[in-house]
Design a protein around this ligand. Sequence first.
Ligand code: GMT
Length: 411
Amino acid sequence: MMLFEPILFLNWDLPREIIKMGFFTTSKKGTGKSLKIGIVCYPSVGGSGIVATGLGSELAKRGHEVHFLSYDPPFALDRKLPNIFFHKVDFNGYELFKYPDYTLPLAVRIVDVCKEFKLDILHVHYAVPHATAALLAKDIADEEKIPFPNIITTLHGTDITLLARDKTVMPVIKYSIESSCGVTAVSESLKKDTIKNLDTKKHIEVIHNFYTPKPVAKSAEEVRKEIGVADTDFLAIHLSNLRKVKRIPDLLAILGKVKENKKIKLLILAGADFAPFKPLVEELGIGDQIIIKRNVLDIENYINAADIGIYTSETESFGMGILETMSYGKPVLATNAGGISEVLQDGKTGYLFGVGKVDDFAKKLLELSYDESLVKKIGENAKERARSNFCSEKIVAQYEEYYRKIISSCG
Ligand code: GMT
């Protein structure tokens, strides 16, 4: 590895316009010349932010120069990685506007970054507002004769499965998708929903999500001790932002149905406040079997300490939490919704149930809590599938190939 520009690690809290991170390298792991890639994403704990951050990180490790644009540094970004810049977008909070606006300052920031760094490609995660801002930025740049890269929009779900049904934003979503040079979706299921909900003929490339498992830093015994779970307990885990679509009341009801078995515990790694669900926990009488941890970064330590994963979503374009759980060799019980069946195979790497079928979930949970060898076998299958089908080597190479195709084929 060749270092050519050692850069001091800067304090992220300083109000700096641009933060250059880690160090810069000319080494190149991937194929072809290195690219300058802009990534616009949410910095938060949610799946799309994790995927965009993971993608940018892997691309940077392969020698590409990666520019993140967001209102905060991405939550899961390793600040010591090479070849990464972060460009902060400020919110527009003028009194004149009743509501703060993000799309306009984002568009302006995109123009600035394109002007200064001459990006080869701009990859935005979510049609609204990110692709919309990118398209506005392109118009401004064209007007000012600033070279502008081709735009790729990745669809993650919510703007199709939820927002596209809202007539006040649907035309903007459709326009933003159809005006992007390239569009990708994280599952076949989401591609199908997009074509149907937006009535569009736009080509959509399916590139599944990926996850790079991290080595665990704490043993399962240590973690269990920390959260008050005995080694002999059967620990189920759930990771999510607790949005309505996750059907948390179903998750709690499943625990309620098996509560006679005091050895079954549920650990929730929550990306949001759990307080609204506390009355239900009390009503179900499961307070002594449930552990909540908020905004956990080292998810690997907790998943590794669990026996099984449970996901009860109404819909899920992919299900990053499911993939993460499988990656550490844990079987998953999940609803057969959206793109989940593209990740998890029923009876082989976990079990699928109808949305809301809490009795079926509970029966299987109880059965597995007594069958260590089946849990182990299904868990091993899950790990093998996650690590071979949804690994960074495979998926990041698909994005690189797609970037090159879009750079040369559009505009
Ligand atoms: O599921 C969420 O609430 C978060 C949302 C997001 O934007 O991060 O997740 C969506 O994108 C993830 C990454 O592609 C997918 O794994 C999730 O399935 C998808 N969520 C839904 O479709 C509900």
